[in-house]
Design a protein around this ligand. Structure first.
Ligand code: ADP
Length: 190
């Protein structure tokens, strides 16, 4: 089974994807983590994207599509995968479908974690405080506002695309972590 976990920054996508990975053996593919890995290893790609991430802007569609296409081909994705942070633009969503159909695969569900924006800002502020020196370079007040704006302008328009395909399952992401997981389990056992 192949899933997309969708929602604004701070919605809890990574947390739920991690739980799904351990419970169901689906591979969590976080494009944010992959890009941060490239930056910390100081690869050519890392050098190219470092400033983009620090600003909270989006890396180009071509780079992201290539990255995901190569990743999905690896053995650890054979049982299925959870896309966390991809697709983030309509162009990425289109490219994903085309790429999957060539590989004989498909997306089974899109899990949408819906959140209240005020509470969301509070959540991310907490994450910044708790992580102290280890805070992500893009977890700061200014970048956060930009990330939310980028989400509204470029990523939210992906939703109608999956609505049309009747793939969206919406969950209130402001609930406790366990309750969100429970709802995801309900969906998967249907
Ligand atoms: P968030 O907490 O905002 O969900 P992520 O860890 O998913 O953050 O992503 C961090 C950053 O990595 C984004 O702000 C963006 O710069 C870059 N990025 C991640 N995924 C993509 C993507 N699919 N397309 C373009 N840029 C991406």
């Amino acid at each position: 089974m192949n899933l997309i976990i969708f929602g604004p920054p701070g919605a809890g996508k990574g947390t739920q994807a991690g739980i799904l990975e351990s419970k169901h053996g689906l591979k969590q593919l976080s494009t944010g983590d992959m890009l941060r890995g490239e930056i910390s290893s100081d690869s050519d790609l890392g050098k190219k994207v470092k400033d983009i991430l620090a600003r909270g802007d989006l890396v180009s569609d071509d780079i992201m599509i290539d990255m995901i296409s190569n990743r999905i081909d690896q053995d650890d994705c054979a049982k299925g995968f959870i896309l966390d942070g991809f697709p983030r633009t309509v162009a990425q969503a289109n490219a994903l479908d085309e790429m999957l159909s060539k590989k004989g695969k498909q997306i089974d569900h899109v899990i949408l974690l819906s959140v209240d924006e005020t509470a969301l800002l509070e959540r991310i502020r907490m994450r910044i405080k708790q992580s102290g020196q280890d805070a992500r370079a893009d977890d700061n007040e200014e970048t956060l506002k930009n990330r939310l704006e980028v989400y509204r302008e470029q990523t939210a328009p992906v939703l109608p695309y999956y609505e049309e395909k009747e793939l969206i399952y919406e969950i209130d992401g402001m609930q406790e972590i366990d309750l969100v997981s429970e709802e995801i389990e309900n969906l998967l056992s249907r």
